[in-house]
Write a protein that binds this ligand. Structure first.
Ligand SMILES: Nc1ncnc2c1ncn2[C@@H]1O[C@H](COP(=O)(O)OP(=O)(O)O)[C@@H](O)[C@H]1O
Ligand SMILES: [Mg+2]
Length: 268
């Protein structure tokens, strides 16, 4: 049984993202090679594989932090037109990042401002999409702290005073408050204790389903992929070696490498 919502009722016919032949080399070193896939509206895609298999490279290309060596990523704007991300101007890409996308980092310090208040961390994202009214910013921050299970009386505290799990929940609130359509996550539960991970995963699963978000989640943890994703890409040495519906890939892996991953034989 999968933890993710039944996709058949969410998926539309047209992809939100089309990834075509993405290759990224760091000098001579291969980051990823010839990766192609689509992401549909409301779909959660997990990218799994051992450390060094190219997961973060791929995610950083998708989110335009890195330019690919070759290949193309096309994205469907809110007006339905399909645009090639690396043919857009830097300014246009920044607007997309602010308005349409979220990025949840493994290390909350990368995605939060650690010494400004929790409320400001959430409010700032809304200001970036044009909200200026103090009362509405405060109300939205209050609402989002509740949604990520942070007590209302912590709104004026800075995240550096928060536990790891709280920081990660705050990072999620900051990313979702502005109503993105696509969220990238790199090992969102990576640095956390197992008990804290379970709560965070449950929260993520609920939010992603309630908001009908599309997400690309990089994880080396197959339990995370099982719980959150509809589809899986398995990467090895920069290449996608297997892909399919999450349950099918995890319950009946075709590639012998995936069989080893599933059997936890490999050190990931
Ligand atoms: N900035 C970089 N410079 C050179 N090589 C890199 C850099 N980032 C990643 N790599 C290499 O690219 C490959 C894929 O790395 P990465 O995408 O970080 O994998 P993963 O996220 O699956 O652990 C690895 O061989 C790694 O050493
Ligand atoms: Mg990585």
């Amino acid at each position: 049984m999968t933890g993710a919502t039944d996709i058949s009722r969410l998926a539309s016919d047209e992809p939100l993202v089309e990834v075509a032949g993405i290759t990224k080399y760091y000098g001579e070193r291969r980051g990823c090679e010839d990766v192609s896939f689509d992401v549909y509206p409301g779909e959660v895609l997990a990218v799994v594989g051992e450390s060094g298999s190219g997961k973060s490279t791929l995610l950083n290309v998708l989110s335009t932090a890195l330019e690919p060596t070759t290949g193309e990523v096309r994205y469907r704007l809110r007006d339905s037109t399909m645009r090639s991300l690396f043919a857009m101007s830097e300014a246009e890409r920044r607007v997309l990042m602010r308005t349409d996308w979220g990025f949840v980092h493994q290390d909350p310090a990368q995605g939060l401002r650690m010494s400004v208040s929790a409320g400001a961390n959430v409010g700032e994202r809304l200001m970036a999409v044009g909200e200026r009214h103090y009362g509405r910013l405060r109300a939205a921050a209050t609402d989002w702290l509740a949604r990520v299970e942070i007590a209302a009386d912590r709104i004026d505290d800075a995240p550096r005073t928060f536990s790891g799990g709280m920081r990660q929940r705050l990072q999620i609130a900051r990313n979702l408050v502005s109503g993105p359509r696509l969220v990238f996550m790199d090992e969102p539960t990576g640095g956390l204790d197992v008990s804290v991970q379970a709560r965070l995963l449950d929260l993520l699963r609920t939010l992603v389903a309630d908001l009908g978000l599309s997400a690309v989640i990089v994880t080396h943890d197959l339990a995370v992929a099982r719980l959150l994703s509809h589809r899986i890409l398995v990467m090895r040495d920069g290449r996608v070696i297997e892909s399919g519906l999450t349950d099918q890939v995890l319950d009946d892996p075709a590639a012998s490498y995936t069989q080893l991953l599933v059997a936890s034989v490999l050190q990931v």
